[in-house]
Structure formats: structure tokens, C-alpha cells
Design a protein around this ligand. Sequence first.
Ligand code: GLA
Length: 359
Amino acid sequence: MSTFREVFGAEPEVTAEAPGRANLIGEHTDYSGGFVLPVTIPQRTQVQLRRRTDGVARVHSVQLGETQTYRLGAEAPRHDWLDYVQGVTAVARPRTLSGFDARVDSEVPLGAGLSSSAALEVSMLRALRQSFGWELDDVRLALLGQRAEVEFVGAPVGVMDQMASSLGEPHAALFIDTQSLRTERVALPAGLAIAVVHSGISHDHASGEYRARRRECEQATLALEVTSLRSLTAEDLPQIAELPSPLDRRARHVVTENARVLEAVEALRIGALERLGALLAASHRSLRDDYQVSVPDLDRLVTLAAEAPGVFGARLTGGGFGGAIVVAARPDGLRASMERVAERYRTQTGRTATVLVPI
Ligand code: GLA
């Protein structure tokens, strides 16, 4: 592993970090102005940076062992990891930016639905903010990261991941109202720990399905004559049931999921952990049956995790079609218990699951 000095011949001026995230509950609601409740994970991305004055950006990836170079103002997609960095500098204009050398070292697993891209965008933006003295609060920083991904990378994501990476803190979930961008930290009670297990199924191919779900939500919004699905509640479910399929199911997921997030916040506050677990289970069923973003082996992993001792509930986390599950459980022996789940999953599916949290 090369140090900054080995790659660039000088010491870095700043070091910034940002974590990946797992979403506890509130899935596929953020692009409908809904509620989400992510937690940060211990795995982080670190960016070391040194300014240059010649308008050039040189970026080294420790994991890939490669350095790429581009000229600021001439960002052009290369359809690889550098696009997240180029996206950031492209949307950061007209802020002061005279060039830089950056070394990126990430522990956040790729393709697991744990927001490795948001961790890269946010850590890079933090390093640039510090180096170039940008006035940029953490919410606006998250919004810039999201713009990099939507406008430059071309992934039409919501704002959850960048907000979670930018504003999340350990030992608390981050409630986000994605319409107002109001956030609130909700402490995780002492008897609760979070596990994250990667299914071994990469979610990389999921972007077409993500677009399709977004479009269906927009169609449902138009058909229901509302400004966003966020404005609907359980009282609107009879009207939602009249929509043509699959818009009825998609809208029902968003409405019931928003309600589950609010209930989960309350459950965390009062330490009602069985209730929290039931909400996670209901969220998974809704994602599987109404939103249709699960796959059978992911369902299997969720079932196996939910059956393990001390587990309150489990569900897929992130966009779906693979990636990781999130598990709410008692802290004692959690890692060993999840290793046993992974072993059973391997026997039943032939796939290798990886316990990512607790580390
Ligand atoms: C991805 C997107 C988020 C969110 C989730 C689904 O992680 O980046 O904005 O839409 O999918 O909840």
C-alpha cells in the first residue's frame, strides 16, 4: 500500500474521512420526499489531499493501486471510480479550486449497498472544503455530493446516502425528512446492536430497476394528483388501491414505509425493540411484495438472520436486488451468531455471505 509521499512525492496537507451507511428503515422513500432512518457503519473512506496550482487533479486509489489524472474544468465521464471525484469537482464550480493531489483509501465495500460512492463524495468534499476554505455546511455538502452522482455519474439517487455520510454519527440513527431536510439524531438504546451482512450478490445491475421504480412513483404521483407520495397517509390507501398495477403496490409501499419510519423512531426512543424488529420485518415484506426489489437469496438471508437467537428483526438495506441486509439484535454474541447465519446461508444457497458489522 503506497503512502501519499510515495505516490506524490510530498506530504498531504489535509486528511478527511466519511463513513458508509446502512439504512435501518425507510427504503425507497427518499426520492418521494419521505422519511428515512440510516445509521453509519464503522467502515470509512479516507481522503488525503494536497493543493496544486496548475488546475490539474491527480487521484490515487489505494484499493486499485492506480493514479488517474484530469484537468479541472474538463471533467468527462470515464465510467469508473474517478467519475465520483470528477463529479464532485464539476458540481463544485464556481468555488475556488486550483488543483490537487488526492489519495483515496476506502474500507467501505463496493456493490454491497452501503454507499461507498457517498462516502467517497463526502470525504472528497470535506477534504476540498478544508483545503480551499469553502463555506459549506454539512447539509449543502451532502446536496453537492448527491448532485455529483445525479448530474455527472448519471445515477438518479435520492439524498439519503450523502446526508447519512455527512451528518451521521456513531451510536445514533439519523432521522431525515427528505422533503424539508430536517434531521434528528435518535440514540440507539443500550440493548440494541446493528449487524450488516452482505449477501454476496452484487447489486451493480440494479440501476435500470431503480430508474423504473422512480418513474413508477412519478406516475403514481401524477395519477393521484398530489405533489409527492410523501403527502399521502394510510387514509389514502383505498384510493391508492384503485391505481393500475404496479403503481398501486409501489405507492402503497411508500406510504406504509413512511409510517413505519415514524413508528421506528418512537420504538427506538422508548426502547421497544421487539416492535422495532417487527417494523423491520414488515419493511422487508413490503419491499419484496409491493416494491419488488428483493431477490430470493436475499429473502433467504433475511429469514435466516431473523431466526437467529437475540435478533429482533432483519431486512434488506439499500436499493435492493442484492447487497446487504441490516439486522437489529441484542449486542451479546452478535458477530458469532451472524457468522452462523452466513454458514447456514452458504449451505442452503452456495453463496458466501460476509459479516461486515459488527467488525
Ligand atoms: C440508493 C439511493 C438512495 C435510496 C436507496 C433506496 O441507496 O442512493 O438515495 O433511494 O437506494 O432507499
